[in-house]
Design a protein around this ligand. Structure first.
Ligand code: ADP
Ligand code: MG
Length: 335
């Protein structure tokens, strides 16, 4: 169905019918001039992330449902990285002529699935026509007990550096999708060869914000001294903590968890898996530091690996291979 048939208000009404509110703190969701959130003793965490067609995603291979899911997840991940929990979000859409009502519904199916899994209310938004591509802006509001908020600036020398999950898969997934896109462009009859590569493709197209890690740390009564989510790559995000905390970091290369599927794909493409892990980005794992005295509480937590320790700033931010000279961490960021 053409969006013009429904109009902006018709489209919003149609979407709103499928949007529940589940948090008692959401006093008013979609429908008024602004959403209303109940007063609270908690610190409020407010974040926003924008995804632009052609810059952050390519609709040749990104399904709209996945895109909606990812647009929500990247915001939730930022809230978890402050040691809080997301509760409400709003969505701004710029939609061009080539999208139908069904397309927008697909996008919302992904947004709402992410909300359902993370207990978040989609409490409002804005909808506009766009002359260029698709734009999705999500802003999320979360909360955390005062005193438990974790900044990038709290790391101290001797702290241990920890990471959840594994790194590198999202970037190898992107490289694979780009490779198959080129094959398809050269020969539109070619079928993309994606079987067996599900793990890396999912990690790129449909990332998960690591709520479980935050719950696990709370159960173990561990509050990190500093934390960041891995959106630009381990090297760049580690350097963020170093800069803001005024410290250095020594990371041990053989401790960095790299997914097997990432290594397999890297070998197939003659690409360096360590580069994917350090500089690839979009893994949405959590990088955090804890006091050395808490080592006993994290060493047996399933999804957490200790990968190094915090040092004085003069000692630098280094990656230390098992045999060989240390190399300086470089922030390449994610292009
Ligand atoms: P206003 O002109 O006051 O900005 P809108 O017509 O844009 O009002 O929005 C009306 C209601 O619909 C508001 O509650 C707004 O939050 C909600 N809304 C608008 N666009 C979206 C969207 N894309 N997703 C969810 N809610 C939306
Ligand atoms: Mg509006």
């Amino acid at each position: 169905m053409n969006i013009n048939e429904l109009g902006e208000f018709g489209l919003i009404d149609r979407l709103a019918k499928k949007i529940p509110t589940r948090n008692p703190s959401t006093l008013k969701g979609i429908g008024d001039d602004a959403a209303v959130v109940a007063p609270s003793e908690m610190c409020r965490l407010l974040t926003t992330d924008m995804l632009l067609e052609g810059i952050h995603f390519d609709l040749t291979y990104a399904p709209l449902k996945h895109l909606g899911y990812k647009a929500a997840m990247v915001n939730f991940s930022d809230i978890y990285a402050m040691n809080g929990f997301p509760k409400q979000m709003v969505v701004s859409l710029g939609i061009s002529q080539r999208f139908s009502v069904e397309h927008v519904e697909e996008l919302y199916a992904g947004l709402l699935l992410a909300c359902e899994r993370h207990g978040v209310d989609l409490a409002g938004g804005d909808t506009s026509a766009s002359l260029t591509g698709l734009t999705i802006g999500v802003s999320a509001l979360g909360e955390c007990e005062p005193g438990r908020v974790v900044y990038r600036s709290g790391a101290k020398p001797t702290d241990l550096i920890c990471i959840t999950g594994s790194l590198g898969s999202a970037y190898m997934g992107l490289l694979l999708l780009e490779r198959e896109k080129k094959v398809f462009e050269a020969n539109p009859n070619a079928t993309p060869q994606l079987a067996g590569y599900e793990q890396i493709i999912e990690r790129y197209l449909k990332p998960e914000a690591n709520r479980d890690a935050i719950l696990t740390l709370r159960e173990a009564d561990v509050t990190p001294t500093a934390m960041v989510d891995i959106s630009d790559g381990l090297a760049s995000d580690m350097l963020q903590i170093c800069r803001q905390s005024g410290v250095g970091a020594h990371l041990y290369l053989d401790k960095i968890p790299i997914a097997k599927q990432c290594m397999d794909m890297a070998e197939e493409m003659s690409f360096d898996a360590v580069t994917a892990a350090l500089n690839g980005g979009e893994d949405y794992e959590l990088l955090f530091t804890i006091p050395l005295s808490l080592h006993g509480r994290v060493k047996d937590l399933g999804p957490v690996a200790v990968i190094g320790h915090v040092v004085e700033a003069e000692k630098g931010a280094l990656l230390i291979p098992p045999n060989g000279a240390p190399v300086r961490l470089q922030a390449q960021g994610f292009r």
